[in-house]
Design a protein around this ligand. Structure first.
Ligand code: HSE
Length: 440
């Protein structure tokens, strides 16, 4: 066997030196000997490009060339692999990855938006140029789910993939459930702790989770997916009262992403807050933790849980991809030749069939429940349970009280029509809350 430390090194150019980029440099320097042995050859960082050269990141960059323009990593003939850790679906990250592949350089990226929006085009380019493009860190940070689906589960046909794919939302909902505080107060605290971005929209409006879900579905089902086909609803509308009533009913509320293959091969792709039964594994995943599950015909159900972000976990995922390239791994980007992918036919929101939690705020008068029940009956929506806490004092004013309805499984279109009619009843005092229930 040859001595790994004298074999030809794999030479990297790293673009982006934020939390993840800094972590990759730190990890590869700290574990250089072990990495060399596991990779079968040394891994050498030849050049780095980032916004500020002067910033002290607590890492030794003295032996590494600094370039201001990341494109200089592509034109450097010594570099074998470009590690893109800049982020963003378009702009410099997209240009850099395309240019690197065209220049026959391998690419490792943690960029979920880039892969979710341009993955098919990039896979085609990578295969045409016969170079690797790996993206383990793009989905759920330190959880090795891409490798699990692409390698460990590759012989199986997956039917369902999903989980808790956004740590910021999970932290906020966990804190709201524990403290009873309002969404905006917890969001502010989350930003102060550094979990949520100054502009938190990508996380709390569900788009970050949707990027990850689109990637998982492409990989797991072998489809090309248009990101706009993912149904996305965020967590801004979640109220501590709903977490409280959900708990009373035996549920907790989480932002989940679910990709499901139907019998007719169409797929359901949805990201939204959902009520999960408290005794299910996903319901117990709290704080910033992520979890991803798969359900396969042969492999059954599997769940991986861990850190979805952060320097250590994410840089481990990026470095594992780098080691795979050093070892000469040739698995295609989507686990199969891109020509084998078929366009996804996506199930529309109206066709979702689920059980639902509904909160109505009503005037506490005789006949209100009967009126609501009549409308539900007219739309073929069957009730499973009803929770009403009457006003505590009998006063002359008509009190406003919540009515919580839980339906049996029903078509979303029928429920939406029923809710439109219910909303017009004069006793309804504010817009209803409607949340899907995910039984497993
Ligand atoms: N912002 C993401 C989260 C991590 O909160 O989970 C990176 O995708």
């Amino acid at each position: 066997m040859s001595n790994p430390s004298v074999s030809k090194p794999l030479k990297l150019g790293i673009a982006g030196l934020g939390t993840v980029g800094g972590g990759v440099v730190r990890l590869l320097q700290a574990n250089a000997n072990a990495v060399t042995h596991k990779a079968g050859r040394p891994i050498e960082i030849v050049a780095i490009s980032a916004k500020s050269k002067a910033k002290d990141r607590g890492i030794d960059l003295s032996h590494i060339q600094w370039v201001d323009d990341p494109m200089d990593l592509v034109s450097n003939p010594k570099i074998d692999v470009v590690v893109e850790l800049i982020g963003g679906a378009n702009g410099i990250a997209y240009d850099l990855v395309c240019a690197a592949l065209k220049a026959h350089k391998g690419v490792v990226t943690a960029n979920k938006a880039l892969i979710a929006l341009h993955g098919d085009e990039l896979a085609k380019l990578a295969e045409e140029k016969n170079v690797p493009l790996l993206f383990e860190a793009a989905v759920a940070g330190g959880i090795p789910v891409i490798k699990t689906i692409k390698e460990a589960l590759t012989p199986d046909r997956l039917k369902r993939i999903g989980g808790i794919l956004n740590g910021t939302c999970n932290y906020i909902l966990t804190a709201m459930a524990k403290t009873g505080c309002a969404f905006n107060d917890i969001l502010k605290e989350t930003q102060e702790l550094g979990y949520a971005e100054a502009d938190p929209s990508t996380d709390i409006d569900g788009f970050d989770a949707a990027h990850k879900l689109a990637i998982l579905a492409s990989l797991g089902f072998g489809h090309t997916i248009h990101f706009k086909d993912v149904f996305v609803e965020g967590i801004r509308g979640i109220n501590p009262d709903d977490l409280h009533y959900a708990k009373e009913l035996g549920y907790t509320i989480k932002l989940i992403g679910i990709a499901q293959q139907h019998q007719d091969n169409r797929i359901e792709l949805r990201v939204h807050p959902a009520l999960l039964p408290c005794d299910t594994p996903l319901a117990r995943v709290d704080g910033v933790t992520n979890a991803v599950f798969t359900e396969g015909e042969f492999s059954g159900r599997l769940m991986l849980e861990g850190a979805g972000a952060g320097e250590g976990p994410t840089s481990t995922a990026v470095s594992a991809d780098i080691i795979d390239i050093a070892r000469g791994s040739t698995i295609p980007m989507w686990g199969t030749d891109w020509k084998e992918l078929t366009p996804a036919t996506v199930v529309s929101r109206n066709e979702f069939v689920k059980a639902y939690y509904i909160r109505l705020m009503v005037q506490d008068k005789p006949g209100v429940v009967a009126d609501i029940a009549t409308i539900l009956k007219e739309h073929n929506v069957s009730l499973r349970s009803l929770l009403q806490h009457g006003a505590t004092n009998d006063t002359d004013d008509t009190p406003i009280v919540p009515i919580i309805l839980v339906t049996h499984k029903t078509k979303e279109e029928s429920l939406l029509r029923a809710l439109q009619a219910i909303q017009k009843l004069p006793v309804i005092t504010e817009k209803h809350i409607m949340l899907r229930i995910e039984e497993a």
